[in-house]
Write a protein that binds this ligand. Sequence first.
Ligand code: PBG
Length: 308
Amino acid sequence: MRETQLSAHDFVLPLFVSEKLEKRRAIASMPGVFQFSLKEIVDEAHRAQDSGLQAILLFGIPAEKDEQASGAYAENGIVQKALRAIKTKCPDLVAITDVCLCEYMSHGHCGVTRIDGDHFHVLNDETVDLLVKTALSHAKAGADMVAPSDMMDGRIRAIREALDVNGFQETGIMSHAAKFASAFYGPFRDAAESPPQFGDRRSYQMDCANADEALREVALDVAEGADILMIKPALPYIDILWRVRERFGKPTAVYHVSGEYAMVKAAAEKGIVDERAAVLEIMTSLKRAGANIIVTYWARDLAEWTRQ
Ligand code: PBG
């Protein structure tokens, strides 16, 4: 009689690969999450596949950052190198890549910035040009799907067109269609070494108070050619998840983010909640609320737990 069942195929594991490391580095606020070296990342991808997962979401941390985010679209950038290695060893694992500039920008913003006195602006169209180059370079290196997480306007259409004219008609787009400016990204910014050096991301990420606007944002991405719609973070936005799935009926993903992970981990370490029971409840709730795909740092544990 159980209406909602979980299985390993529901989950996507985020993985961080760093150009600067020889050996893994633990992320202090996210127990169990690491930055991996290029050499290690292939084994991690393999472990993910062996655990029964179908897909990973790859993030890169470059050795050098600059104001054009050139590491994001370099032919021999860290993600491009990792992709080639992963797809050689695990051709059947679905490799999804984060497409964003914040990890590669010296100032940590998700786009090209211009500073006018006390104000800074993120320049939408200049940023979209760089996102297109990034997505295309990932596709060339073997990405099965790209996941733009920047929230610039018009980037889904621009990426779709560039992929199509370059022969990547089958490369999918998982759009961060409604991504909210959130306090729950804190630990990720440590993990990806991408905190903004000035200002915040409120000019391009959404206000947590706005649900109708989220639906308008999602509608744009649907019209522009997104294959999978992602809502992020997860639990505080479960109403948005439900409405998006109901309204658009498209494959819908949710990103259970770093701060959401860190909260449960911290509580579990103190003996306040039972980690496994709490995580299974959260994931079942997200699926019940309409998620077809859940991106979570527990993906590998969940593959194990749902098999038992
Ligand atoms: C931006 C990006 C962020 C996350 C994924 N991609 C953070 C941000 O916008 O600051 C957050 C993921 C998490 O918190 O787990 N490229």
